[in-house]
Each structure stands twice: as structure tokens, then as C-alpha cells.
Design a protein around this ligand. Structure first.
Ligand code: NAD
Length: 368
């Protein structure tokens, strides 16, 4: 792979390879953009088939974090890391402490968190070596399970959507079809039940489904029915890439708003939804509650402050809808515009005040 060409393609700032023979650590940290602040993003542990595959993944994920943090009003940049290895067999205290020491050498330009294949326990080991880690144990000042606040953010995003489509931000009486009653799906169903919505839910895991049926009176349907069921809102809270050329024409909803990452199989599917008059709440904006929550640890975790910040997702979705109308683009493109406009504004401000390409990393504390 021509690494510098790859970095130039989307203006990545830095790619760091970490190798420690003693612990078997093979990790890569990608820092995409620190205009808004230090790069924050999770560490994924996965048995990548090749180094190229790991590089492509970490670069793609790091860039996604730049957009997510920027559109969420966080003073953070985009970064991500990957550890090449099997999370079921290759984990050890020594491995994560070694990784933590590498994070420490970056001096706060990158802040690591959990991701697929890593856990709070791993973050605790990293924390021994560096303070540039979030998502540690609650007993160590961490923010705990992000799912309730992710669900709250999704609910707030739904309010903005129903206001646009139905002219009122009340969710009462709306029919919501939830795909996946796992961590986020469960809390989302609870909130929606409190709002007086009619819930239709599916999950491949029977116990998870049974719980929301019992507790919230949800109607259970088979996994293959959820996408085609008539409803006001379809809430994908399980898998990515559920909306594609085949499933979009089958949808019978007015709004798509859920927690799942990468809901659209391709970016162009946002336009397909728009042409069918289905309002799409961009995934990385509506599901940012977890990120906003964990980022709060950087200021000394405060649940009330984190909750207040997550509530603002409603307004962000409104702004995205406004940009989509202003520019005549789909909402997923409008979300990227919101992120890029913010980065461009701060970037010109930084150059004006500091002349430094990375700006000052330490003074950005307050989330807007
Ligand atoms: P989870 O694993 O706890 O829940 C997912 C649920 O979906 C599980 O109960 C699973 O059985 C079910 N499921 C899997 N395949 C299914 C299918 N084909 N049809 C129906 N149900 C299916 O995960 P989670 O933490 O609740 O996250 C859900 C989604 O939200 C994921 O895409 C995740 O990346 C995203 N997300 C989560 C958070 C968070 O705070 N947990 C934050 C941002 C984004």
C-alpha cells in the first residue's frame, strides 16, 4: 500500500505503528484531524487478515470520528486505533499496558476509548499507563454504560424528525418499529413507551425481545418483517447496512431514526430515501449520545451535564434538516456539511490566532 498517498487522499495528520515484541502488540493509531481538539476514538481489536486491511479500517474509522465529533458540537478531533489480534485469545494486561504506553507518547493528541473487541477492563489497564483514555470503570471516574444516553439522543433526534414530518414534536400515538432490543434498543423502547408510542419490535435473541414485550407492551414481529411493516418511524438499532437497493423500496415508514452505525449501505441511499419522502436522521449524529457521554469524562464526568449535552441532538437534527433544504441535498450529505462547516470555521480562527496547523490542544474544554 502507498501509505502517504492514502493519507493525502483525506488529509490524515498521522499514522502511528506500535510494535512490542515482548507482549506481541501490533497496533495502529490513526489521527485524522485535530482542528477542533485532540482526536478521540475507540480501539478496535480484531484478527485482521493483513496489515493493509487493518490500515484501511483504522483510517476509515478515524475519519468517521472527525465528522461525528464535529457534528456533535464536541471540541474533539477524529482518531481511532486498532490492535491486530483475536480479542478472545490474545488479550493480556501486559498487551494493554504496552498499548497504553504508546498512547502516552502521543501526549494527548489521541484519546482512546473502547470499541468492538475491547472492554472497560482493557481500558482500566491502559489507564495505568496514560490518562489519555476514557470509558474506564465507573469506580475510577468513568461514565459507565453509554447505551441509556445513546437511546436518549435517538429519542431527541426522533422529536426533530416528527416535528418536520408531522408538524408536532410529540411522539404520542406514533407507531415505531424497532430493529434490535439490545443495549440501546431496550432503553429506547423504555423511553418511547413513556412517550406513549405504539411499539413494534424484533430481535433475533428471544430473551431480549420477550423483555420489551413484557415490560412495554411491544408487539413482537419476525426479524424479516420489521423493514416492511407500516409505521411512522423505523428505528434500526441492530446492524449496519440495513438500507440498500433492495430494502429501501420495501420501507413503509416516514422516518428512519435509530442508533445503528452505517445504516445506509452506500451514501447514495440517502438520496433514495429522500426521493421517497422518507426523512433520514443521519446515524452518526443521532447516535452520538454515547460519544458525548464518554467525552464528558475529560472534564471529570458529570451525568447531568452529559445528559444536557445529549438533549441537544434534537437541535442538531433540526439544523441538518435545514441544511438539507438549503442545499437541496440528502440529510446524510447535510450532516457532513454541518461537520465540515464547523471545522472550516474553527480552522480559519486557529490560523488567525496561533498560526499552528494543529492549534492548541489543551485549552478547548467547553463543549458547545
Ligand atoms: P447490542 O449488541 O446490545 O444489541 C443489538 C441487538 O440486535 C441484539 O439484541 C441482537 O440480538 C439484535 N440483532 C442482531 N441481529 C439482528 C437482526 N438481524 N434482526 C433483529 N435483531 C438483531 O448492541 P447495542 O449496543 O444496543 O448497539 C446497537 C447498534 O447501535 C449497533 O449498531 C451499535 O454500533 C450502535 N451504537 C451503539 C451505541 C451504544 O451506546 N451502545 C452507541 C452508538 C451506536
Amino acid at each position: 500500500m502507498r501509505v502517504f498517498e492514502k493519507l493525502a487522499e483525506y488529509r490524515y495528520e498521522q499514522l502511528v505503528f506500535c510494535h512490542d515484541k515482548a507482549t506481541g502488540l501490533q497496533a495502529i493509531v490513526a489521527i485524522h484531524d485535530t482542528t477542533l481538539g485532540p482526536a478521540l476514538g475507540g480501539c478496535r481489536m480484531y484478527p485482521y487478515a493483513s496489515e493493509d486491511e487493518a490500515i484501511v479500517d483504522v483510517l476509515r474509522l478515524a475519519r468517521g470520528m472527525t465528522y461525528k465529533a464535529a457534528a456533535s458540537g464536541l471540541n474533539l478531533g477524529g482518531g481511532k486505533s486498532v490492535i491486530i489480534g483475536d480479542p478472545h485469545t490474545d488479550k493480556s494486561e501486559a498487551l494493554f499496558r504496552s498499548f497504553g504506553r504508546y498512547i502516552e507518547t502521543l501526549g494527548g493528541r489521541y484519546i482512546v476509548a473502547e470499541d468492538v473487541g475491547t472492554s472497560t477492563e482493557d481500558a482500566n489497564f491502559i489507564r495505568v499507563e496514560t490518562s489519555h483514555v476514557v470509558g474506564v470503570d465507573v469506580t475510577r471516574g468513568g461514565s459507565g454504560d453509554p447505551s441509556p444516553l445513546t437511546a436518549l439522543g435517538v429519542l431527541q433526534g426522533m422529536r426533530a424528525c416528527v416535528e418536520e414530518v408531522f408538524g408536532t414534536s410529540s411522539l404520542e400515538g406514533r407507531v415505531v418499529a424497532v430493529q434490535g432490543a439490545g443495549h440501546v434498543g431496550y432503553y429506547l423502547c423504555r423511553l418511547l413507551h413513556q412517550e406513549g408510542t405504539n411499539l413494534i419490535v424484533t430481535d433475533v435473541h428471544e430473551a431480549a425481545l420477550g423483555r420489551v414485550v413484557k415490560e412495554f407492551g411491544a408487539k413482537a414481529v419476525e426479524p424479516n418483517e420489521i423493514l416492511t411493516i407500516p409505521c411512522d418511524i423505523f428505528a434500526p438499532c441492530a446492524l449496519g447496512a440495513v438500507l440498500d437497493d433492495v430494502t429501501i423500496p420495501e420501507l413503509r415508514c416516514r422516518i428512519v431514526a435509530g442508533s445503528a452505525n452505517n445504516v445506509l449501505a452506500e451514501s447514495g441511499h440517502g438520496q433514495d430515501l429522500s426521493e421517497r419522502s422518507i426523512l433520514y436522521a443521519p446515524d452518526y449524529v443521532i447516535n452520538a449520545g454515547g460519544l458525548i457521554n464518554v467525552a464528558d469524562e475529560l472534564e471529570g464526568y458529570n451525568e447531568r451535564r452529559a445528559t444536557a449535552r445529549v438533549m441537544r441532538i434534537e437541535d442538531r437534527i433540526r439544523r441538518i434538516i435545514a441544511i438539507s433544504k438549503r442545499d437541496g441535498v440528502s440529510t446524510n450529505v447535510a450532516a457532513d456539511t454541518l461537520a465540515l462547516e464547523r471545522i472550516a470555521t474553527i480552522s480559519s480562527m486557529e490560523r488567525l490566532h496561533t498560526g499552528h496547523p494543529y492549534g492548541q490542544l489543551s485549552r478547548r474544554r467547553e463543549t458547545i
